[in-house]
Design a protein. Structure first.
Length: 66
């Protein structure tokens, strides 16, 4: 009887640990996704700003100066 109780309690602890691992994995996935979104957004914004700066610079250089 004692052994049976031990086995049931061990299964309960094991199932709780598995649930914790699953939720922990999901939170890490969400963290990585948000990090990737932030990095990608920053890269796109920097590229757009740099393109505008180069366009304005080239526009000024296109005038002939005597």
């Amino acid at each position: 009887m004692i052994k049976l109780h031990y086995n049931l309690s061990k299964k309960t602890v094991d199932s709780k640990m598995e649930k914790d691992k699953k939720t922990n994995g999901k939170s890490f996935a969400a963290f990585y996704f948000l990090t990737a979104v932030i990095v990608t957004t920053a890269a796109v914004l920097i590229t757009i700003k740099e393109g505008r700066r180069i366009k304005n610079e080239n526009e000024l250089l296109s005038y002939e100066v005597w």
